[in-house]
Ligand binder design. Structure first.
Ligand code: ZN
Length: 282
């Protein structure tokens, strides 16, 4: 069979949900339904604790929202994508001491969409790839410093040893300091895939998160930041409102919603360099 033939077959299988997280979502629902309902109650409690009936009533309008979106991956050490826990702690403590408000994904979407902010100093902390150390290293630090982060979750990786499971995600979400958005099903470079396979990666991961975490997933984070014009069409068809890239810069409400820029945090970064990611001033 030719490569084109294999791609067409794969595309068809994905479209039918045979190889993707779409099918996995149904299976996992059956095995964890009672656990899910307990977690739902906890999540509702956490939501009540962290919101009011009019959560945005004190927010004010600005001409353009400037939102630094920090990009982390693993909280550990070993390579340029890993930030050690000690540094993550120092950075979260910095945000707290300097009066930054770490937005939830819902708040970030609201701010960018409505051009309204709760205060001048805002930041959105994101962690890509749903590594297990987000639970063991990042989560305790977020709870201790009372800062919020969004984990961009790979829904097809929940059985992999170094990645978060569904139960991990539900537990973390219930704490109120972490929420979850999509990082696709299999973490493939979207720009190399056909439109149908891209759409499947986007739709199936969203469906999985929506079902299991009782939410309306609004944000897709592109694996390795890779996307093309077809990806943006697929984002819209799948129901996403915003997409995160890996291109550097402070995101604004005037940027394309399907290519928000982010500020990469690298290991060994000084606090001065960290500060310049937040302010855009070097
Ligand atoms: Zn990734």
């Amino acid at each position: 069979m030719t490569i084109r033939g294999i791609k067409a077959l794969l595309s068809l299988a994905l479209g039918l949900g045979l190889l993707s997280g779409c099918q996995a979502a149904t299976t996992a629902t059956k095995t964890t339904s009672s656990q899910s309902s307990q977690t739902t109650k906890r999540t509702q409690k956490a939501t009540q604790r962290h919101s009011t009936s009019q959560p945005y009533r004190h927010w004010h309008s600005v001409k353009v929202v400037h939102l630094p979106i920090l990009m982390y991956h693993s909280i550990s050490s070993g390579n340029q994508l890993r930030v050690p826990a000690s540094e993550f702690r120092t950075q979260m403590t910095y945000l707290k001491r300097h009066g930054y408000r770490t937005l939830t994904a819902d708040e970030a979407v609201y701010a960018l969409k409505t051009h309204r902010v709760p205060q001048h100093k805002i930041v959105w902390v994101t962690l890509d790839d749903s590594y297990k150390d987000n639970l063991t290293a990042a989560w305790p630090i977020l709870k201790q410093t009372n800062q919020h982060a969004t984990i961009n979750f790979i829904t097809g990786f929940t059985n992999k040893k170094n990645h978060l499971t569904l139960a991990d995600a539900q537990r973390m979400k219930a704490s109120g300091v972490v929420d979850f958005q999509s990082h696709t099903v299999r973490h493939l470079d979207l720009n190399n895939l056909t439109y149908q396979v891209q759409l499947s990666e986007l739709t199936c991961s969203k469906k999985w998160l929506d079902q299991h975490l009782q939410q309306k997933t609004a944000v897709i984070c592109y694996p390795a930041g890779r996307a093309n014009q077809q990806t943006i069409r697929a984002d819209k068809q799948a129901g996403y409102q915003y997409a995160l890239s890996t291109a550097p810069g402070i995101a604004t409400s005037t940027q394309s919603p399907y290519n928000l820029t982010r500020q990469r945090v690298t290991p060994g970064m000084s606090l001065t360099a960290f500060e310049s990611l937040l302010t855009g001033i070097r």
